[in-house]
Design a protein around this ligand. Structure first.
Ligand code: PEP
Ligand code: MN
Length: 339
C-alpha cells in the first residue's frame, strides 16, 4: 500500500499516520520528496485490509499495490507518465531524440557534436563528464570541467542536458549543471547512488543493468522513487549475451514489457547496445516500432578521433538516416516530436 500525503500535511499528521500503521502491525517507510511525501506500507494482507488511514489528517490518497515495486508499478496508473526534462517531454504522446557525444572531450568537440545532434532533431543533449570505463587506463572523463562545457554548450544550442553520475558524492555538483541525471548500467544496483539521485529531485535516466531482470531494474527505479522522485525514465541498452560480434543484445521485449509493468516512460540506447554504427539505425527503427518513448544515440563529428566509443558514434550519412527515421517513423504510430 502507498499513502500519498497532501501537499500541506504537517509533521504531526505524518507522525500520527506512521503511528497508526505501526500500531496495526505494519511497517511504514516515509519518502520525503521535493514535491510530495509518500508513505510506503508493508504489511500482511489482514493488516492492510483492516487499516483505515484515509480519514486521518493530511492523507490525500491510499493506493493498494500488489507488485514488489509499489511506486513505479503500472497498477493504478492507466496512463504512462510524462517526464519533463528542462521543459522537454518524454512520454507516450511524443518521441524524444537524445543525442550527443559519448564523452565530453573538449569545448570544440562538444560544440560540433551538439550542432550535429540538434540538426538531426535532438531535443536533449547527452554527454559524459564522468565515464564508467571498464579499464582504469581508459579516458575517465573531464569531471567538473566536462560538466561546465556541457552546460555551456547546452545553453548555446538551447538543449537541456543529460549526463551520467557515477558516485553518490558527485550527485550535487552534477545536479547543479545538468537537467537530467543518468545512472549507467554498471551502477544500476548502486543503491546509495540511486537514493542520492532520488533525493536531489532532478529527472533520472535509469539504464538497465548488464544482467538485470525486469524486476531488478524496476526495484532499482523504486529506490529512486522511494526518495519522492518519480521523474524517472527507463533506458534499455542491451544485456550481456553470448554473441561476440555485437557488444550487447538489445532486448526489444523490454520496451513493451516495461510499459506493461510500469507507468514510467521507456527509451532505448541502440548505440551502447550494438557498439557499432551500422546497427544503430535498424535498432532505432525497432525501438520505435516496439513503442519506445525515445532513443538516445552517440554522435561525434570525427568518430575516428573519439576518446570513447568511436565505433558506435554517428555522423554524416548514417546520422542523416537516423534523423529521417526519427522524423518520420514515430508519426506512423501517432507520436509527435518532442520540443
Ligand atoms: C553511456 O551512456 O555513456 C554509457 C556508459 O552507457 P551504459 O551505462 O549503458 O554502458
Ligand atoms: Mn559510451
Amino acid at each position: 500500500m502507498v499513502i500519498v500525503m497532501q501537499q500541506g500535511a504537517t509533521d504531526a499528521e505524518l507522525a500520527q499516520l506512521v503511528e497508526a500503521v505501526r500500531t496495526a502491525g505494519g511497517d511504514a517507510f516515509v519518502s520525503r520528496g521535493v514535491n510530495r511525501t509518500i508513505v510506503g506500507v508493508v504489511a500482511g494482507e489482514e493488516v492492510l485490509a483492516a487499516l483505515d488511514v484515509l480519514p486521518l489528517g493530511g492523507v490525500a490518497e491510499v493506493v493498494r499495490i500488489t507488485s514488489p515495486y509499489k511506486l513505479v508499478s503500472r497498477e493504478n496508473h492507466a496512463r504512462t507518465s510524462v517526464v519533463h526534462v528542462g521543459g522537454v517531454p518524454i512520454g507516450p504522446a511524443t518521441f524524444t531524440l537524445i543525442a550527443g557525444p559519448c564523452a565530453v572531450e573538449s569545448l570544440e568537440q562538444t560544440r560540433e557534436a551538439a550542432a550535429l545532434a540538434k540538426a538531426a532533431g535532438a531535443t536533449l543533449l547527452r554527454g559524459g563528464a564522468y565515464k564508467p570505463r571498464t579499464s582504469p587506463y581508459a579516458f575517465q572523463g573531464l569531471g567538473v570541467a566536462g560538466l561546465k562545457i556541457l552546460a555551456q554548450v547546452g545553453a548555446e544550442v538551447g538543449l537541456p542536458i543529460v549526463t551520467e553520475v557515477v558516485d553518490a558524492a558527485d550527485v550535487a555538483v552534477v545536479a547543479d549543471h545538468a537537467d537530467m541525471l543518468q545512472v549507467g548500467t554498471r551502477n544500476m544496483s548502486n543503491f546509495a547512488l540511486l537514493q542520492a539521485v532520488g533525493a536531489i529531485g532532478k529527472p533520472v535516466l535509469l539504464k538497465r543493468g548488464l544482467t538485470a531482470t525486469y524486476e531488478e531494474w524496476l526495484m532499482a527505479a523504486e529506490y529512486v522513487a522511494q526518495r519522492g522522485n518519480l521523474d524517472i525514465v527507463l533506458c534499455e541498452r542491451g544485456v550481456r549475451g553470448f554473441e561476440s560480434s555485437i557488444r550487447n543484445m538489445l532486448d526489444i521485449s523490454a520496451v513493451p514489457m516495461m510499459h506493461e509493468l510500469s507507468h514510467l516512460p521507456v527509451v532505448v540506447d541502440p548505440s551502447h547496445a550494438a557498439g557499432r554504427r551500422d546497427l544503430v539505425v535498424p535498432l532505432a527503427r525497432a525501438a520505435i516500432a516496439a513503442g519506445a518513448d525515445g532513443v538516445m544515440v552517440d554522435v561525434h563529428a570525427h568518430p575516428e578521433q573519439a576518446r570513447c566509443d568511436g565505433p558506435q558514434a554517428l555522423s554524416g550519412d548514417v546520422l542523416d538516416e537516423l534523423a529521417a527515421v526519427v522524423r518520420h517513423w514515430p508519426a506512423l504510430i501517432g507520436r509527435g516530436p518532442a520540443g
